[in-house]
Design a protein around this ligand. Structure first.
Ligand code: CO
Length: 361
């Protein structure tokens, strides 16, 4: 595996449920501290790396969220099982009978969401039996509440992350792993910053890893107020709808067909001049893009665009299959093209171009 694949592997494997992004933040800091002009964190935990010490404006904010969906310990039963709260949007059938890691103050503890044995369910109910997450529990092998608290150091509020390891497949063209939402965006942000560090752009670029996106874009809100961007570019995992069970009315992206551009989602509309600018740059450098119109979904661009007096913003995605599960899939070529495209977009965002994008006269 090359350096970029190893970065994607490290980011996918890192445990970072919402509100517990530390391990991901450490990777971002390790990657960007040596090559940027300064790093800081805001009061909620988002990390901000700056490029362009001399150039003060325009300010381009390049964001991706570091958190992943997960669980959180609600209480421990007298028998030692963990009842939990969901962190982010997880379907019931993505939670049951999976391996998990409880992130305690004394280190990780493995566990599994238990499954009721089918043998005990009457034949006529077997195919309709559905278990709600509220009925589920995590089995960590404790014999009692005291055993879980004292021997395993588990405490209510501890985050619980999916236990799932990165693996290249399809001959190295696809990468299987957890948390591509949004570690693929974090990796793209890091690689764009690396490109821009080697050949400066005519602006100040803020590469931001945000926290707590999955529970309502909370980190992007505070980070936007710290950066005060003139232009916002959010990097996300798109919804690849190229497998059985999807129609184009639900989602439109496919793996291997290049970066996605969100034209509508439940949280924001992009600036259309910025959309056209992005499409023009892509055409100019020969990168195919895909469009995505979603009814639902929410992403950090929404907070960037409504910070201060408003910011032209766009959400650019790496198509991803099976979001919000233990195992999702991306294409390496989509990732590389997204990095190339976003690097070129930022290089062309000089003061005059940004002024035109921000002009509504
Ligand atoms: Co996301």
């Amino acid at each position: 595996m090359d350096r970029v694949a190893k970065l994607l592997e490290a980011l996918s494997n890192a445990y970072g449920p919402t509100g517990f992004e530390g391990p991901v933040r450490d990777i971002v800091r390790h990657e960007l501290e040596p090559i940027t002009d300064g790093m800081e964190t805001d009061g909620l935990g988002s990390i901000i790396a700056k490029l362009g010490r001399k150039t003060k404006t325009p300010r381009v904010m390049l964001a991706a969220h570091m958190d992943e969906v997960g669980l959180l310990v609600k209480h421990i039963t007298p028998e030692g099982y963990l009842r939990f709260q969901l962190l982010g949007g997880l379907l019931d059938y993505a939670v049951i009978n999976q391996r998990w890691v409880v992130l305690t103050r004394n280190g990780p503890v493995p566990g599994v969401t238990g499954l009721k044995s089918p043998h005990t369910i009457p034949m006529d109910k077997r195919n309709t039996a559905m278990f709600k997450w509220q009925e589920m529990f995590v089995d960590v092998g404790a014999t009692s509440r005291e055993d879980a608290e004292e021997r395993l150091s588990i405490r209510p509020g501890d985050p619980i992350a999916a236990d799932s390891k990165f693996m290249p497949f399809a001959g190295g063209k696809h990468y299987l792993g957890k948390a591509w939402d949004d570690r693929v965006g974090v990796a793209a942000m890091v690689e764009v910053m690396r490109n821009l560090a080697s050949k400066p752009s005519p602006n100040a670029v803020y590469g931001v890893g945000t926290v707590q996106e999955e529970v309502g874009l909370r980190g992007a809100q505070t980070a936007s107020y710290q950066v005060k961007p003139d232009i916002g570019i959010n990097l996300e995992s798109g919804i690849a709808a190229d497998h059985p069970g999807f129609t184009p009315e639900e989602a439109q992206e496919a793996l291997g067909k290049g970066p996605g551009i969100f034209l509508h989602d439940g949280s924001m509309l992009p600036n259309l001049k910025l959309r056209d600018f992005v499409v023009d740059v892509a055409n100019d450098i020969g990168i195919a893009v895909q469009f995505e119109v979603l009814s639902g979904y929410g992403e950090d661009g929404a907070e960037m665009q409504r910070s201060y007096s408003g910011v032209p913003t766009i959400n650019i995605s790496v198509p991803t299959r099976y979001l919000h599960g233990h195992n999702s899939v991306i294409s390496r070529s989509d990732f590389d093209q997204t990095v190339t495209l976003v690097t070129e977009i930022v290089r062309r965002l000089d003061a005059e171009t940004v002024e035109k994008l921000r002009n509504f006269d």
